[in-house]
Design a protein around this ligand. Structure first.
Ligand SMILES: [Zn+2]
Ligand SMILES: [Zn+2]
Length: 235
């Protein structure tokens, strides 16, 4: 069956995202838009994943816990996991590899951690929107170890993307799916990059505002509408 997904959504924990990107707002907006599954993907952190999963539990929306990680090569990777334990263990590794710098909320925005009632329970003070010291190879190894999946983010963009930064998709990396931005036309893109035809593509919103979240416009084929089914389709 085909399910409508948006696997790249930021919460108010990403400094660049709107403070209205709270667990209930995101889940409710995704349901209003008719989505079957979403992923929560903040920059180098996963601290709002649990509240989003808890909110969605009774509502029939699948929330995949994830992170948009920035490698030391300045490449953004969407890292998705089956459960909260896996994403939090990955987050610990990422925090150990983040430079010890403080976020300046006046310049970059606040980094808010929410509970399942949408209350901001604290601010993350570390600078999250920065390269970790993890290499591409290390990230693929660590995500694979936790049975997760990696989708290189917005590969059509010039900055912070696998193709924009490296100029190619390394063959040794376990990649099945690439993400393109919402406004990218896949046909035109593949005319330019013919060798990418062997990959699957998904389009995601990279939502920083509630209104950005996709409608029923990007689908994946799954055997069953569960987290397991989604990972079987993506891995
Ligand atoms: Zn990005
Ligand atoms: Zn993003």
């Amino acid at each position: 069956m085909k399910i409508a997904v948006d696997f790249h959504i930021h919460t108010g924990l990403s400094p660049c995202a709107d403070e209205d990107m709270t667990p209930n707002n995101i889940v409710n907006m995704s349901m209003l838009k008719g989505l079957d599954a979403i992923a929560i993907t903040d920059h180098n952190t996963a601290e709002n994943c649990k509240a989003c999963l808890d909110v969605a539990k009774s509502k029939g929306l699948i929330v995949v816990p994830g992170m948009e990680l920035q490698t030391k090569e300045e490449v953004h990777l969407i890292c998705l996991f089956k459960g909260i334990n896996e994403v939090l263990s990955f987050q610990q590794l990422v925090y150990d590899q983040l430079p010890e710098k403080e976020n300046d909320p006046k310049v970059f925005g606040k980094q808010l951690v929410f509970n399942e009632k949408d209350e901001a329970i604290r601010e993350n003070k570390r600078m999250l929107i920065i390269s970790t010291s993890l290499s591409l190879n290390e990230v693929f190894y660590e995500v694979e170890k936790r049975e997760g999946v990696i989708i290189p983010a917005h590969v059509d963009r010039g900055a912070y993307s696998l193709i924009g930064t490296l100029g190619f998709v390394p063959k040794q990396l376990e990649i099945k799916t690439l993400e393109i931005s919402r406004r990218c036309n896949l046909t035109t893109f593949l005319e330019k990059y013919k060798y990418l035809k062997r990959y699957k593509f998904i389009q995601s919103s990279d939502a920083h505002y509630l209104g950005d979240i996709l409608e029923r416009e990007n689908f994946i084929e799954v055997e069953e509408k569960t987290i397991e089914g989604i990972f079987r389709a993506l891995r």
